[in-house]
Design a protein around this ligand. Structure first.
Ligand code: GSH
Length: 230
């Protein structure tokens, strides 16, 4: 027995919630280390310059990065690879890529896609994430013009749909792929369920989550996932 594994994370980071959902589902004892969002590179400098969260440090002190490889690693190491072995491997891989390309692009538009939502999001982040005294104030004021003015506006324009419509389309596509079963994995969630859950879970602390709650099938699946974690 070595040290307790740790997960360096940000509370509002979708990639971190992908991994944390799985950790909670399999009941792995992990300590969550919240990093300062303005100093991620410094706080995870031990992970050989990766510079992003999540970083998982195992019981031997070895670290593992990148959320989808991490999902696979944790399932393989602590869960006998059970989730990876559910159903057709090609289908699972294809939809993991779908979540990481499609759903990952939908989080910024819903959180920052209009001036009002960007302001609400940065205000909320400045309250719930770990910051230093100055960095919290700096983030609350400088974060929103950067996220809205530079990043989110471009993405919304490029996609052409409202951020809510984009999410509803994704949730329809995703839940239709469940083939009338409760989860993508069938009667039990698989790795794809945890990937999709992470993207959605990261939006849940924000008022814009109510736009996602209006998708009945998506929300029913989300509630089933929620009942499986923690
Ligand atoms: N592909 C990575 C992406 C991780 C990522 O971009 N994390 C963000 C936080 S949500 C981050 O740490 N960004 C810091 C940076 O890029 O400087 C994963 O899936 O783990």
């Amino acid at each position: 027995m070595g040290q307790t594994p740790t997960l360096h994370m940000l509370y509002t980071c979708p990639f971190c919630w992908k991994v944390r959902g799985l950790v909670e589902y399999i009941g792995l004892d992990v300590e969550y280390e919240y990093v300062n969002g303005m100093k991620i590179k410094k706080e995870v400098a031990f992970a050989n310059g990766w510079g992003k969260v999540p970083v998982f440090t195992d019981e031997n002190g070895s670290f593992h990065t990148d959320s989808t490889p991490l999902l696979k690693h944790i399932d393989a190491t602590y869960n006998g690879g059970k989730l990876a072995s559910i159903g057709d491997a090609n289908r699972q891989q294809k939809w993991l890529e779908w979540a990481d390309t499609k759903m990952s692009k939908a989080t910024i538009p819903i959180l920052y896609g209009s001036i009002g939502s960007a302001f609400r999001t940065t205000t909320r982040i400045s309250k719930i994430e770990k910051f230093g005294f100055f960095s919290r104030r700096l983030y609350a004021w400088a974060g929103f013009p950067i996220m809205w003015g530079i990043i989110a506006r471009k993405r919304v324009k490029k996609d052409g749909r409202s951020p809510k419509q984009l999410w509803h389309d994704l949730l329809t596509e995703f839940t239709e792929a469940h083939d009338a079963k409760p989860f993508f994995g069938g009667d039990e969630p698989d790795l794809v369920d945890f990937a999709a859950f992470g993207y959605m879970r990261s939006i849940s602390p924000f008022p814009q989550f109510k736009l996602l709650e209006q998708h009945a099938n998506g929300m029913a699946w989300y509630k089933r996932m929620e009942a499986n974690v923690q």
